[in-house]
Design a protein around this ligand. Structure first.
Ligand SMILES: NC(=O)C1=CN([C@@H]2O[C@H](COP(=O)(O)OP(=O)(O)OC[C@H]3O[C@@H](n4cnc5c(N)ncnc54)[C@H](O)[C@@H]3O)[C@@H](O)[C@H]2O)C=CC1
Ligand SMILES: CC(=O)[C@H](N)C(=O)O
Length: 350
């Protein structure tokens, strides 16, 4: 007696079609980036396009792109909550890799918990299921925010207690676990890096580590900054170039090299006063005041020093930027991209 056909028809069709396709290994991957107009997405697309060709990397988001984004390569509208819409994009563009950046970050997540649940949890359900159906390699970033007050903070190992107290953290632990589950259950090629605060000249999306970007803009424009964290709040951080290189190297790492699906990565740890002291060498009259707000409570429960030795051992992760060259590069980035440009291009608001 034949077994009941439990595979959904759509998935059978997908598999049949895949039979006639050129093997993925013989062509560059086609990559979809969701939430691509945030702090990480645009720079990520630029890096991946240098590696795989402009037309092979599609940026997507629900917001209107700038002219320079449109000139850089393909951009499409994609709402992470619209499963069928995502399905159509994956099919029409023959996507192989999905880089899932859509999220509400830690501070804005606390301002709108129901929306954070939808975007960060339902959104992950959609992309994970899609990746399973169409056999995509999927990258979902996690964060230092996936740890909480019960976790060891200095250092925070790869595997330890995770009891975050923000909806952002809870949603990221959920993403890690469901991704690992799909890997074990269905063989999904799920990959996840826990990033520290990422520092670039582009506007951050409303997180707890945003001060480390905002201070460069305020210092270089006005020579002063009011910091919402206490001066001694130590957090792990990373320059964007290191962050995106980690992502690319991890995505390219052969499966056999990976001992786990979720890795801590980091580059440095510093406090606001250490960052401002380094920045003060370039902006001698920098005037800083401190006015801690609700983000202090979030930071107080996060790792201070991140242990990424597993990533360094398994796929040879190495950072390039420390505090001193981070500051040098950030000053140049902010000046080139925001200060020394036409007024209509100066859109940063933090
Ligand atoms: N920036 C950082 O310091 C860190 C970021 N990450 C993770 O990296 C990823 C990207 O972070 P960022 O670029 O900084 O975030 P961001 O907040 O700058 O960008 C997120 C993007 O998601 C989009 N989005 C929101 N709702 C959506 C929806 N319904 N459908 C499609 N897109 C939607 C937004 O329009 C926005 O462009 C996030 O998952 C974040 O958790 C992890 C650790 C550190
Ligand atoms: C570290 C992060 O995940 C992000 N920058 C945030 O502060 O929410």
């Amino acid at each position: 007696i034949p077994l009941p056909r439990i595979t959904p028809i759509a998935s059978q069709l997908v598999q049949r079609r895949a039979f006639h396709q050129v093997p993925r290994e013989s062509r560059p991957p086609k990559i979809l980036i969701t939430g691509g107009l945030g702090q990480l997405g645009i720079e990520c697309a630029k890096l991946l396009r240098t590696q795989y060709g402009s037309q092979n990397v599609i940026l997507s988001d629900i917001i209107k792109p700038s002219q320079s984004v449109l000139e850089n390569g393909p951009y499409i509208f994609a709402d992470i909550l619209d499963f069928k819409g995502l399905q159509k994009i994956v099919v029409d563009h023959r996507i192989d890799w999905l880089i899932h950046f859509s999220a509400l970050l830690s501070a804005v997540g606390e301002q709108n918990v129901p929306l954070a649940v939808r975007v960060n949890i339902e959104g992950v359900h959609n992309v994970i299921e899609l990746a399973k159906q169409y056999k995509l390699r999927i990258f979902v970033p996690s964060t230092i925010g996936a740890f909480g007050p019960d976790s060891p903070r200095n250092p925070t190992p790869n595997v330890t207690i995770q009891r975050p107290r923000t909806i952002y953290g809870v949603s990221k632990v959920h993403a890690e676990l469901i991704g690992e589950y799909y890997y074990h259950k269905f063989g999904l090629d799920f990959r996840c890096l826990r990033f520290p605060g990422v520092i670039s000249s582009d506007p951050p999306g409303g997180g707890t580590t945003d001060y480390a970007v905002a201070v460069f803009h305020e210092a270089l424009r006005n020579g002063k900054y009011t910091c919402y964290l206490r001066p001694d709040t130590r957090l792990p951080m990373m320059y964007i170039e290191d962050c995106l290189r980690a992502l690319l190297e991890f995505m390219r790492a052969p499966n056999e090299q990976l001992k786990r699906r979720v890795y801590n990565v980091t580059a440095m740890s510093f406090t606001p006063e250490e960052l401002f002291a380094q920045l003060g060498k370039h902006v001698p009259n920098l005037h800083v005041t401190y006015k801690p707000d609700s983000r202090q409570l979030i930071a107080d429960a996060w790792p201070q020093v991140f242990d990424d030795s597993d990533a360094r051992r398994d796929w040879h992760w190495q950072h390039k930027y420390d505090l001193s060259n981070l500051v040098d590069f950030m000053i140049k980035d902010v000046q080139d991209n925001y200060i020394n440009v036409q007024p209509e291009q100066q859109t940063l608001q933090i």
